[in-house]
Every structure is written in C-alpha cells, then in structure tokens.
Design a protein. Structure first.
Ligand SMILES: Nc1ncnc2c1ncn2[C@@H]1O[C@H](COP(=O)(O)OP(=O)(O)OP(=O)(O)O)[C@@H](O)[C@H]1O
Length: 239
C-alpha cells in the first residue's frame, strides 16, 4: 500500500516559538489518520505544511507523492481541505457556492448528491448565511469532498453538530474510507477519533508524544476509556 501522506523530520518555528519539532509520520492510502493534541500543540501548523500553505523550516512533506508547494496545482485537483468558513458573497445561495467550488475542479463530484448525503439537500436554494451553524458545518464538509479527492483534510469536523448528525457524518466517512479515500482528521473529540481513525498521532508542545492505534493508546496507559488514555498521553491528565 502506498502512502497518501508522508512527513519526515518536519520542523517549523515562529520567531522564538518552536511550533513543530522533528515530526515524522506516514498515512497509508485508504486509511484514516487522526492528529491530536492540546491547543497550541502544533496540529494546524503541521496540516498547513502538509497542504502547502506554510513552508517548513526543515524536513520534507509529500502528499500523493507530490510536493505540496512545487506541485500545488496538481495536488489541488486530488486533495480536499475543509474550511471552517470561507469568504463568500453575503447573499450567495448554497447551490451557487457549490457551483462556484465545482468550477474549480476538473472532475468534480455531484454537489447535489453530496448535499443530500449530508442532510442539507433541501437547503440548496437558501442563502448560506441563513443556515444554522451545524448545517453550514456540513456544507463545508461537503465542499471539501467536491474535488472527489483521494485524500481529504478535515479540521474539527463535527463541531456544532447534534448527536445524530455527528454519527451520520462518521458513517459517511467510514463509507468513503471503504471506497479507498484517505482521511486526515484534526480533532478534539475522542469519540469521533475512535469511531473513524485507524491510527493517531498525539502532539505535545510540537513534538510527537504518541503514535499508534486508539487500542494501543489504551493499552499503553492501562486506561479502558480512550479519552482518558488521550489525556494521559498528551500530558493533560489531572490538569
Ligand atoms: N503565524 C504564527 N505566528 C506566531 N506564532 C504562531 C503562528 N501560528 C502558530 N503559532 C504558534 O505555534 C504554536 C502551535 O500553534 P498551532 O495553531 O499549530 O496549534 P494547534 O495545535 O493547531 O492549536 P489549536 O488546537 O488551538 O488549534 C502555538 O504556540 C501558536 O501560538
């Protein structure tokens, strides 16, 4: 199995802050990987170096065997990224935003089908700004899947979703994984991570504190509950 994402000895500093310190991992194609860690531990910086919006100080990054900075255009067509929000015209409708995004890709997925799948099929004629927070969140996950990507980066995927909507998003993601898509999640929700991720990497102060499966995390700490294991491994238990 080839690696969809490969990060080797990645380091990145901002002035005197060493945000990422010598981080290496690989994500095999068709698997789900969770990047975890407390606020400020370096997750977003790692993801930004992977998707090519930040330049590493040291180390190398490959996504689908491509360099995310030099081969950004090619990668753009094959890789989805979830935005928390994006700049859209104030009155734009869901259908119009989807059309605008779809135009950017050579072979986009069917946005109507994606909206139906994410439970917002009846909202496509409405203004994006009129959607509830949870509906907008689902729209942005659908937009990340619009390139029909081989790998998708999802950040705080189910923030603001109700319990039923969260489960339905997890099911969709597991279906996509079964169809061969690689999932890269950044999450603070351990139930979500356990439901979707095959392997996890926990960052603490920019360095890797743990890498393995959720089951291995529990075994390593002797905790039966994954969230407890996470708190131990990220140095936050008892704080
Ligand atoms: N552009 C920047 N300029 C200066 N410092 C930065 C910049 N971006 C990130 N940092 C610092 O780098 C460290 C890692 O930040 P990062 O956003 O990667 O963490 P994170 O794990 O994604 O946090 P969160 O869970 O809160 O989103 C933090 O100390 C942060 O303040």
């Amino acid at each position: 199995m080839s690696d969809a994402v490969r990060v080797e000895h990645l380091s990145k500093s901002f002035g005197s802050i060493d945000a990422v310190k010598d981080v290496s991992f690989a994500v095999p194609a068709g698997t789900a990987f969770g990047l975890l860690g407390p606020n400020g531990s370096g997750k977003s910086t790692v993801v930004e170096c992977i998707v090519g919006t930040k330049v590493p100080d040291k180390g190398t990054v490959e996504v689908l065997q491509l360099d995310p900075i030099r081969e950004r255009r090619r990668l753009f067509q094959r890789c989805g990224v979830q935005f928390q929000d994006c700049d859209y015209q104030p009155e734009i409708k869901v259908s119009e935003l989807c059309e605008e995004f779809a135009c950017l890709y050579d072979s986009p997925a069917d946005w109507r089908e994606l909206c139906n799948r994410f439970g917002i099929g009846d909202k496509t004629a409405e203004a994006v700004k009129s959607l509830s927070g949870g509906q907008r969140q689902r729209l942005f996950v659908a937009l990340a899947l619009l390139p029909d990507p081989e790998v998708v980066f999802l950040d705080e995927l189910t923030t603001g979703l109700d319990a039923a909507a969260r489960r339905s998003v997890w099911e969709i993601l597991n279906d996509l994984k079964r169809d061969g898509m690689t999932l890269f999640l950044v999450s603070h929700f351990m139930d979500e991570v356990e439901a979707v991720c095959d392997r996890i990497c926990i960052l603490e102060d920019g360095a890797i504190a743990f890498m393995g499966t959720p089951e291995e995390a529990k075994a390593a700490t002797g905790e039966a509950n994954f969230e407890e294991a996470y708190l131990v491994l990220s140095g936050k238990k008892g704080e």
